[in-house]
Design a protein around this ligand. Structure first.
Ligand code: SF4
Length: 181
């Protein structure tokens, strides 16, 4: 019987949620018996190869490519999970939401002490994805089915959630896995 597929992506985040996922350590051997990975930075598959049971989203949307990726995940995944604070509410990247985009670009490409940019040109090659006016959490772009809080959620939390979803069990995580006090 074909194994269910899992896909993951890292958008505007730090890859820490993926690193936490990989912290399941030796359980990764169990995982590869349970699922096949589709589009994911873990296997470097760039495009979906078909329908996917569970999509794990790290990060929020900071540019138009993130929006396309997220919409693509929603289209292909039966269940979509926002993993970590960046995906859920924008978290650290959303700090820029208090500053106009033009000021952010100015600081990044013209004014910072480590910038050398005599022409003052801000990168605008058509190949570059358009930067959005602000950070958009995933649920402002597509419907999200589940949220795993944390920065990052622990490996045990991600593991428990994935097992529940793959086994069609309720996502009823114990307090120990979702407390942050
Ligand atoms: S939630 Fe935390 S660990 Fe995850 S991508 Fe954002 S900053 Fe990194």
């Amino acid at each position: 019987m074909a194994k269910p597929k899992v896909a993951t992506t890292s958008m505007c985040g730090c890859f820490g949620c993926h690193m936490s996922f990989l912290d399941i350590d030796e359980r990764i051997l169990e995982l590869i018996e349970l699922v096949d990975f589709d589009k994911s930075p873990i296997d470097d598959i760039k495009e979906f190869t078909g329908p996917v049971a569970v999509g794990l989203i790290e990060g929020s949307c900071c540019n138009e490519e993130n929006v396309h990726v997220l919409q693509d995940f929603r289209k292909h995944c039966d269940v979509l999970v926002a993993v970590g604070g960046c995906a859920i509410n924008g978290d650290i990247p959303a700090l820029r939401n208090t500053v106009p985009l033009s000021e952010c670009m100015d600081e990044a490409y013209r004014k910072s002490v480590t910038t050398y940019n005599p022409s003052g040109q801000i990168p605008n090659d058509p190949e570059l994805p358009l930067i959005l006016d602000r950070i958009y959490p995933c649920n402002e772009v597509v419907k999200i089915d589940y949220y795993l809080p944390g920065c990052p959620p622990s490996a045990d939390t991600i593991w428990a959630a994935l097992l529940a979803l793959l086994n069609n069990k309720p996502l009823d995580l114990p307090y120990e896995l979702i407390k942050y006090d």
